[in-house]
Design a protein around this ligand. Structure first.
Ligand SMILES: Nc1ncnc2c1ncn2[C@@H]1O[C@H](COP(=O)(O)OP(=O)(O)OP(=O)(O)O)[C@@H](O)[C@H]1O
Length: 311
């Protein structure tokens, strides 16, 4: 059993608000991307409605960076199509880029420029540029405008990349592991800043991360990338409500896990059988436990548990 059951219950786009069905911000159809013989993205379909915060999860090497770069036209695609704001995306450029902010995984541009000069230089390219936000964030995040970019620490560069990406007031903000180098205080401050700015009508955030606590804090929709495809996209609250960890325990060892409808994954550990079940029927579980001379516990898994099980 696998997470694809989730996708079969509902397609990769889950329950968008009615007004957003008409105009997804991101619409990907049949996307293919390989590096030499290594196929990273395979027939990937993904529709991201406006107004959501999406956490893109996937194991190391699952293709998150590749997918985000393909979305933004930064990496050529081998097949399929990508539309942003309803228009085909073949390469970055044009007016639409004013509406898009991107924080790459590593930021190592313009090492000779000073922070303030770099931001002023970048501002000139944008129709909208929130100079007071820049000033506030430089202060709050303790970035020195007079310091050279090449002399910044990794975390400070990441902060600068974030300031640069959100200052143009983007409608779509794409962040590739934006908080990987930030300390816990900076991560929290960043997440709360991000959500305040982007939890506004018409704003959409897509960010990849391994830090599941941040996704929980952001109350994000979770999109899982595995085997080259988006396996499902669901609001975190819905995942937690519908997916349960069911633990059977009995005096004798299990040779195989008990059969339960909706099981996505299961394993046995001696006298324990642990199942991840979608929409479990509580009475049937208790009846099954009684037949098997077992006790049963139904738990709500953490997002990290879910990630470990499903990714
Ligand atoms: N420029 C490239 N040339 C060749 N292979 C590449 C290139 N970029 C990525 N890959 C391969 O594509 C696969 C997906 O890489 P990608 O960086 O997209 O994964 P990821 O999900 O972002 O990983 P992580 O969580 O570790 O950042 C990996 O197997 C990687 O080796």
């Amino acid at each position: 059993m696998s997470a694809s059951n989730l996708a079969s219950v509902e397609p990769a786009t889950s329950m968008p608000a009615p007004e957003s069905i008409a105009s997804p911000v991101v619409q990907v159809r049949g996307l293919e991307k390989s590096f030499k013989k290594r196929q990273v993205i395979q027939s990937l379909d993904w529709s991201v409605p406006s107004g959501r915060v999406i956490g893109l999860l996937g194991r190391n090497g699952a293709g998150k960076t590749t997918l985000l770069r393909c979305l933004l036209g930064l990496s050529p695609i081998d097949g399929g199509s990508v539309e942003l704001f309803g228009e085909s995306m073949l390469e970055p450029g044009g007016k639409r880029m004013h509406r898009i902010g991107f924080v790459p995984q590593t930021f190592d541009l313009f090492p000779w420029m000073k922070v303030r000069a770099y931001l002023d230089f970048t501002a000139a390219f944008y129709e909208r540029w929130n100079a007071s936000l820049v000033d506030r964030l430089l202060g709050a995040w303790e970035l020195d405008g007079k310091q050279k970019i090449g002399e910044l620490s990794q975390g400070q560069r990441q902060k600068l990349a974030i300031v640069r990406a959100i200052a143009p007031d983007p409608d779509l903000l794409v962040l590739d592991e934006p908080v990987a180098s930030l300390d816990p205080q900076a991560r929290r401050a960043f997440m709360s800043e991000l959500l305040t700015l982007m939890r506004a009508p018409g704003k959409t955030v897509i960010f990849s991360t391994h830090i599941t606590a941040d996704l929980e804090r952001a109350d994000a929709d979770i999109a899982l990338l595995r085997d080259g495809r988006i396996q499902f996209m669901r609001p975190l609250a819905e995942l937690r409500e519908r997916l349960k960890r069911v633990v059977f325990e009995r005096p004798e060892a299990w040779s195989h896990p008990p059969v339960v409808a909706g099981t996505l994954k299961s394993h046995v550990q001696d006298r324990r059988a642990v199942l991840l079940v979608e929409d479990p029927m509580v009475e049937s579980l208790h009846a099954l436990a009684a037949r098997e001379n077992a006790t049963v516990q139904i738990e709500t898994p953490t997002l990290e548990d879910l990630f470990v099980e499903l990714a």
